[in-house]
Write a protein that binds this ligand. Structure first.
Ligand code: GTP
Ligand code: MG
Length: 213
């Protein structure tokens, strides 16, 4: 474990996320996934929830992952290799109705196949907009992940857009719901990419996950 050579997990996480990060593949079919030799951490969630923004914020880059004001920006599984140690996977959003039905079908299949059948996938961070909470489509994805026993953790995004009271109620409600989801990590993470909130803890969580082997 590399973290043993650094004083603690804070230092290790800081070191890890300062390493070189390169875009290595945009995958639109399962056949061309990278070889499963390194751990993978995926960011999933509804369209426009802030997946690409959160990845950029974690990596301290402005535009490594593409962000947009219109939903449907990320159209493939985008693999970013960090420090030659693990992949961060930026996923297309689900629940977006304004692209063609054929495209939705292809994306949904790709998202499902990847999430359910990928051996090196250490954890899925499932992003939820703090303003809105779980939607029907989120619950469907959570059920699928439960069924496939894929470890996932909820990350609330755009906290800067909500009042502290709203955030507290939302967290209490969602924590209760999570108790019924066996593969869900019980703790929620609260983040804002625009105000750098919750990023250090998320980096440390990821550092732990990829340092296990
Ligand atoms: N206020 C606020 N806006 C945010 C935050 N994170 C993302 N956004 C905005 O939300 C919009 C969508 O962000 P993206 O990062 O492209 O979302 P995405 O989930 O990757 O979207 P798709 O790739 O289309 O699925 C952009 O206009 C961002 O600026 C945040 O923490 N706070
Ligand atoms: Mg995106």
């Amino acid at each position: 474990m590399l973290s043993e050579t650094l004083p603690n997990i804070h230092e290790f996480a800081r070191w890890l996320f300062a390493q070189e990060c390169t875009f290595t593949a945009g995958v639109d079919k399962m056949e061309i996934l990278p070889l499963p030799t390194l751990p993978e951490i995926a960011f999933a969630g509804r369209s426009n929830v802030g997946k690409s923004s959160l990845i950029n914020a974690l990596l301290n880059r402005n535009s490594l992952a593409r962000v947009s004001h219109t939903p449907g920006r990320t159209q493939q599984l985008n693999f970013f290799l960090l420090g030659k140690r693990f992949y961060i996977v930026d996923m297309p959003g689900y629940g977006y109705a304004a692209v063609s039905k054929a495209k939705i079908k292809v994306w949904s299949r790709l998202i499902q196949d990847y999430l359910k059948g990928r051996v090196p996938l250490k954890r899925v961070f499932l992003l939820i907009d703090s303003r809105h909470g779980f939607k029907v489509t989120d619950e469907a994805v959570m059920k699928e992940l439960d069924k496939a026993a894929v470890s996932y953790q909820i990350v609330l995004t755009k906290a800067d857009k909500c009042t502290p009271d709203h955030l507290e109620t939302m967290q209490t409600t969602l924590t209760e719901i999570l108790k019924k989801h066996p593969a869900a990590f019980p703790a929620l993470l609260l983040t804002s990419s625009h105000e750098n909130q919750g990023l250090a803890l998320l980096r440390e969580t990821i550092a732990h996950l990829v340092d296990e082997n």
